[in-house]
Design a protein around this ligand. Sequence first.
Ligand code: NDP
Length: 325
Amino acid sequence: MKTHAIRIHQTGGPEAMVWEEIAVAAPAAAEVVIRHTAIGLNYIDVYHRSGLYPAPLPFTPGLEGAGVVEAVGAAVTEFKPGDRVAYANPPLGAYAQIRVMPADRLVKIPDGVSDTQAAAMMLQGMTAQYLLRRTYKVQPGDTILIHAAAGGVGLLVCQWAKHLGATVIGTVGSEDKAELARKHGCDHPILYKSEDFVAKLREITNGEGVPVVYDSVGKDTFLKSLDCLRPLGMMVSFGQSSGKVEPLDTGLLAAKGSLFLTRPSLMAYTAKRADLVNSATELFQVVAKGAVRVEINQTYPLKDAVQAHRDLEARKTTGSTVLLP
Ligand code: NDP
């Protein structure tokens, strides 16, 4: 069987991605063949494409998709042809019309959730789940800081944190993004390009600081984020949209109030099948009850992934983005 896919032969800028026809391997015993109906775009795709996160060349990028099962390997019992499924895990290879995936990395999409919604929310939504419910357990009455609050993960975190009873402070790159974040539960959007977000946060919290900062911007915000924490607060450094965080002298954590620092990844939080299923189930539940809305603010044909990456890196996107095969 053949399929069209985005391929990377040399890492680099968006133009490193080319649209090609490739062969689809027959599924091994524990694998499933999926015909994608929607593919999720995530910032991690940029890291793979640029070479920041190395992958063996050539490769098909993408970690998130939804679609219909076409065929299953001999040992697969949980899924059958015709099932609607979604995933947000390695192995890479989501930017394709058809792909093979290990069955134990899939979940069924519940009724009431469309394939497009599933492809848009699985990776960013399960990230919001582990950040808010497992890395630092947000409690009613907490005030939290989330950077890039109008982004894919950002809008989901704002809504979910609000639902948990938190006050949400969020940084954003423009007035429009501030408005969007506000509509999604961000009580205090801060324009971090023009405002000093540390001073602003200290003002909002009466000088106290916050118990947790969720920082996916990295290089540009990391050190200032530490200054937003109250003593014994937790710095959750979970991304690097502005570049890699500089090496850190751990003495700084003591000097700034015995802070905790973690650099989590969704892979570790969903490595066990039970964790993957629990995380996806909790996500689908908050979406089903309307506490969290998935905002698909951009869609592109999969073959135009180059433009999608350009827009993501230029900070032109908000909410989630889906690629259509
Ligand atoms: P976003 O939709 O949040 O897009 C990135 C946003 O980051 C931009 O829109 C922009 O918002 C902000 N940003 C700040 N500085 C820059 C810069 N120099 N270049 C580009 N963007 C910048 O993407 P995602 O929701 O897909 O991912 C958000 C982050 O979370 C990423 O860093 C990603 O790697 C990380 N992540 C980590 C996971 C983990 O498990 N560790 C899992 C999922 C995501 P603004 O204009 O408002 O500043």
